[in-house]
Design a protein around this ligand. Structure first.
Ligand code: NAP
Length: 348
């Protein structure tokens, strides 16, 4: 781990791009050197190309000249926070040109040969990469992280997969930061709940089945569980809270589930990856926790906080899970993916 690896960001001027910049400050392995955005920003100093929303623009990037998002000058490893309307073609062009694209965009997540990773849960899905490169004739590759609401759900369900998940019903209370900037109009969200987030329920349902699915040769066999999501936007700044009911194929005792949450660890913990929380799932005893304001920022925003595990009269058990949507649900997730890839020797 001696030489730091140069990295860049596609879509560096956007809201998620800024979260990437903040999260990568002081990273022990990754050295942020290159920032890409649209033609509107290319050629400008970073500080002049965007409006920074996260405090003070870090000195390390303030003076960098923004490049356009065409292969040529960028480092091999790129984090992508591209606008979804252009991410498909741009990310493919970089992968074709030999870049490792670790993307936060939705565009490629559900493609059968693209890993959709939660490193604690399905690190073996990285084995899709050789097939992806063969089929597409790429020397580079694309790896993705889940939607910001899916990541909390899968971190809550991952420890329970061993009991055979049959049905899941999840209701979200999602923070406004998940809608980017300026996001939802203040007149719509203050003192209000919006019971619709376009495309979100479908993403949660499909991505959960892929992430909790099993690698079979060159493809993922999705989890056969039925997953039903209700997605709501609420007046919280950061942190998606989700209430989850689960039915199991086996009939575990409540203590078995609790033990599964408490003992859950993954490859990132075994390898002590720099952004891995020591405990990816933290169970909270208090009946009124987790709460986004009190808990979302803990563990650098990289853990999932679970609480209120109890029997469910409709399915078998129910609980609440909270995760930080712009950290574990976006920039932090992608950086952890890249750390996992580095630890696998995939960035050599
Ligand atoms: P955003 O603020 O609108 O930023 C979009 C970025 O894409 C900007 O850097 C923009 O550059 C760049 N871009 C737009 N058109 C381009 C083009 N033709 N060529 C090159 N670059 C172009 O969006 P965001 O909220 O950060 O979201 C970025 C991605 O992350 C989206 O796919 C979104 O779905 C996903 N996501 C967002 C969140 C969230 O919390 N906001 C959470 C999870 C996932 P310019 O500034 O030069 O226009």
């Amino acid at each position: 781990m001696q030489t730091r690896i140069e990295v860049g960001i596609l879509g560096a001027t956007g809201m998620v791009g800024q979260h990437f910049i903040r999260f990568l400050q002081g990273h022990p392995w990754f050295d942020l050197r290159w920032l890409g955005a649209s033609d509107r920003s290319a050629g400008k100093r970073y500080r002049d190309a965007m409006t920074w929303h996260l405090g003070v623009v870090p000195d390390t990037v303030s003076g960098i000249t923004v490049d356009d998002c065409k292969p040529g000058h960028a480092p091999r490893l790129l984090f992508s926070a591209m606008d979804a309307s252009v991410a498909t073609e741009i990310e493919r062009a970089f992968a074709q040109a030999g870049h490792i694209v670790v993307s936060n965009s939705k565009n490629h997540r559900m493609e059968p040969d693209v890993p959709l990773l939660v490193p604690e849960i399905n690190p073996d899905h990285l084995k899709l990469i050789p097939g992806q490169q063969r089929a597409r004739g790429w020397t580079g590759q694309i790896v993705t992280n889940p939607n910001c609401s899916t990541v909390g759900l899968t971190m809550g369900l991952g420890p329970l997969k061993q009991f055979g998940i049959a049905k899941v019903i999840v209701t979200t209370m999602q923070a406004i930061s998940g809608a980017g900037y300026p996001g939802v109009a203040s007149m719509d969200i203050v003192g209000n709940v919006i019971p619709f987030i376009g495309g979100e329920e479908e993403k949660m349902q499909q991505e959960t089945q892929k992430i909790l699915g099993d690698l079979r040769g060159d493809h993922i066999e999705p989890l056969t569980a039925r997953v039903s999501a209700h997605c709501n936007r609420v007046g919280v700044v950061d942190g998606h809270t989700e209430t989850v009911s689960v039915e199991f194929l086996s009939k575990p005792a409540q203590a078995d589930l609790r033990h599964a949450f408490d003992s859950f660890r993954g490859v990132p913990q075994e390898r002590a990856l720099p952004s891995a929380p020591p405990r990816p799932v933290i169970y909270m005893e208090d009946a009124n926790r987790p709460q986004p304001r009190k808990d979302a920022e803990r563990e650098r925003g990289m853990a999932a906080f679970v609480g209120r595990l109890r029997p469910c009269p409709a399915l078998d058990y129910k609980f609440v899970v909270l995760s930080h949507n712009t950290v574990r649900g976006a920039a932090g997730a992608a950086v952890l993916n890249a750390e996992l890839m580095y630890s696998e020797g995939m960035l050599d």
